[in-house]
Design a binder for this molecule. Sequence first.
Ligand code: MN
Ligand code: MN
Length: 464
Amino acid sequence: MSETISEKLKKELCTSSKNGLLKVDDKIIAESNSFAEGYKTFLDKAKTEREAVVAAIKLAEENGFCEFDRTKKYIAGDRIYINNRGKSIALCVIGSEPVEKGINISAAHIDSPRLDLKPNPLYEEIELALFKTHYYGGIKKYQWTAIPLALHGVFALKDGTVKEVCIGEDDNEPKLVINDLLPHLAQEQSKRTLNEGIKGEELNVLIGSHPFKDDKGSELVKLNILKLLNEKYGIVEDDFLSAELEIVPAFKACDIGFDRSMVGAYGQDDRVCAYPALTAIIDVKNPKKTAIAILADKEEVGSMGNTGLESDFLRYVIGDLAKMQGGDGTVAIRNSKCLSADVNAGLDPTFQDVMERRNASRLNYGVVVTKYTGARGKAGTSDASAEYMAEIRRLLDDNSIIWQSGELGKVDLGGGGTVAQFIANMGIDVVDLGVPVLSMHAPFETTAKLDIYMCYRAMYEFMK
Ligand code: MN
Ligand code: MN
């Protein structure tokens, strides 16, 4: 049967969108499945920004990266990393062109929403010991009750030593929990709005119930906990004042679906982009332009602080590289380009109302390019230029990367931001590119394996 004129014209002129799994061959599906295995392993050992930096350094060193030394001169093909306080890291592969000609930068963040312990967290109430927390990033607080939790982080002691803490991850280790009210007695609680269902000051973590055996004295459960912590980490109660301790879900990453096409895990925003950025820079061998993958901290609280991307860290990294070649860092910055790798909200079958379907990203439709973020009139967005969008379209299409365009929800409904704005402020062309996520910022988030692999492919082609 021959094609009609309108059918032919339609094919030539109209956008056609199709599920990525129907576009790719079995080889790509096998590659994305095997990429997801590495990703799940990474998720389980990198639940905090500090752990992600440790995992990144390990992988980098196994693949020929060395810590940057300002006194050394590096040549094309050399592989270096710059560790920013153990919470953020830049990995670079030196290009054959001078750094001044510009750098191809992939940026992702390695902090995720969680509950931080307060400076004075430990207390006892009715012979139960608990931790007070202050949540970090945007969470739906009720989601964090009645699930197994783990404690990760560090105690920094006055003598300069740092004690690493990780408890609740091994199957035989104890977990912690935040308890919720039983439905039988929740008549009053049920009248609260969902946002207030559990309040910030109700996110109290149960950590013990066994009193230290003594007929006299008070708060013996708390005392017993301190005794255990002292035996394990050599700390006293005051040491909580110089600690960074994070409560995270104790779940492990796993496949989702009878068809195993998806990944479920805590902290996929934004490790679902950080892992592709990391593995992509590892695979970059002899680039023309210098490539940098930066894994940043503090995105979930506005990229603030000296490990966030609003700081001058990236500027100094580029400056150091340019200076090493006798070049100028500001010239290098102005010639640089960036993919800001962060997640977008995938269209959820149950909550389609919040999305404008023509512009929402969908699972298995590939890596999502988000021209602008922001909220209510694009406020707070860096909005990538048409010219840069065209360049990225060309890059993706020329390399057969499955991709889609996306927007974060309906106009006037909400919105969000990424690190793109801070990189744009430096004068760098930047666009958001990442993976659609369901249940974003929940203790357990869902993504699709094909999209994750396409995120890796996009970042590799961009930096190579
Ligand atoms: Mn994010
Ligand atoms: Mn986020």
